[in-house]
Write a protein that binds this ligand. Structure first.
Ligand code: ADP
Length: 381
């Protein structure tokens, strides 16, 4: 038993013994008065009663009080010591012993008060830590947003030269058709007018092509807050394909698309989904050195829409597969790859609550699969 508990228990035992003696004395006195009990016998009976009371009280107190109090004190000290190890000033003021030894039940109270103090201090520290973590998380989100924007601008910059070329061709055609139309109009006559109108149609078609490409490029570069809504995957896919096809390094790539007509819309940010698909298409073109076949497919899988971009290039190097989504991991020559493309794709897809994975399909080549949530309602707009 702990020394601190002992004096309290001894007092309790003395009280139990005295109480039993008093009861026995009270019962024995009338007998002694009637002469049935000699004073010596009465004293012996009272003493025996007191002894029995003491023994019974000792057993009872030890089992019901001493042991549990001992355990409580031990636990309080251990907890207090643990908290003190974290340097909690409230727990033990300098010069004072933290252990409640020598103070019995009062010691337990002190120990628990200290423990409560330590715990509330700990709670304050935890709240501080949670605040710190929340601030760090917000900063990380900010950094990720800037990275997505930076990569988008870099891609737009890389595409711009290809697009200048792509726009140059239709512009040449437009000025040619305009010249021809003018000549036919000068000629007059119904046949010449019909031809002039056909040239005007071609001018309109070429202008629309330029307009679409320029708008796709501007959409890609335009800073915008993510806006998640039901999106028909054909929109971002077409935009990504138009931009990719405008690139000389993609010109000899043949793309087959398989998007089921009844495919439900996906929950996504249209512009960012286009950014992801464009990145995957350009990677596929790079892997095949600008010539080969790419297949883009979409399918419904329960509450998920799965999009896959697959090429017939050499595939991912098996040793690289676990690392291709790491930021700055690239196997491309310096100046050609930043190693940020797939990392940012993953950031975008995960922010949409989806998943992305890279694999080498059994037939050869590389495949990147996006799994995004299907929208419960219909596509807007
Ligand atoms: P970057 O294209 O700038 O290298 P990415 O993060 O887009 O950065 O790609 C990381 C690496 O993943 C590439 O350098 C390449 O080694 C590999 N990779 C990406 N797409 C393909 C693909 N379609 N086929 C083979 N390897 C690929």
């Amino acid at each position: 038993m702990r020394p601190g508990v002992r004096p309290v228990l001894l007092l309790d035992l003395a009280a139990a013994g005295a109480a039993t003696a008093a009861v026995v004395l009270a019962a024995g006195l009338p007998l002694a008065a009637r002469g049935a009990l000699t004073p010596l016998a009465l004293a012996l009976v009272v003493l025996a009663g007191a002894g029995a009371g003491l023994t019974f009280g000792a057993v009872l107190l030890f089992r019901a009080v001493a042991r549990p109090v001992d355990r409580l004190l031990g636990a309080a000290e251990r907890l207090g010591a643990d908290a003190r190890a974290d340097a909690l000033p409230l727990l033990a003021p300098p010069g004072e012993r933290a252990a409640p030894e020598g103070r019995g039940v009062a010691g337990a109270a002190v120990a628990f008060e200290r423990l409560a103090g330590a715990l509330s201090e700990e709670r304050v520290r935890l709240a501080d830590k949670v605040g710190e973590l929340e601030r760090a998380n917000a900063a990380l989100l900010d950094a990720r947003e800037s990275l997505v924007r930076a990569e988008r601008l870099a891609t737009a910059g890389q595409l711009a030269s290809g697009i200048a070329h792509e726009v140059g061709n239709p512009l040449g055609a437009i000025s040619g058709y305009a010249e021809l139309a003018r000549a036919r109009l000068r000629d007059g006559g119904p046949a010449a007018l019909a031809q002039a109108s056909e040239f005007a149609e071609r001018i309109a078609a070429e202008t629309a092509r330029i307009d679409r490409i320029v708008r796709d490029l501007l959409d890609l570069a335009r800073p915008s807050a993510p806006e998640v809504r039901p999106v028909d995957v054909r929109g971002p896919l077409d935009a990504a394909l138009r931009l990719a096809r405008a690139q000389p390094r993609f010109r000899a790539v043949e793309v087959t698309e398989y998007v089921p007509a009844e495919l439900p819309p996906v929950l996504a940010d249209e512009q960012r989904l286009a950014q992801v698909l464009l990145n995957l298409l350009l990677n596929a073109g790079d892997a095949m050195s600008g010539a080969g076949a790419v297949r883009v497919s979409a399918r419904e899988d329960g509450a998920v829409i799965e999009l896959a971009v697959e090429d017939r290039g050499p595939g991912f190097a098996v040793a690289d597969l676990p690392r291709v989504f790491e930021p700055f991991f690239t196997t491309k020559p310096a100046g050609q790859g930043t190693g940020l493309g797939l990392a940012i794709c993953r950031g975008i897809v995960e922010a949409l609550g989806g998943e992305i994975r890279a694999e080498n399909p059994p037939g050869g080549g590389a495949r990147v699969v996006l799994r995004l949530r299907a929208a419960a309602g219909g596509a807007e707009g």
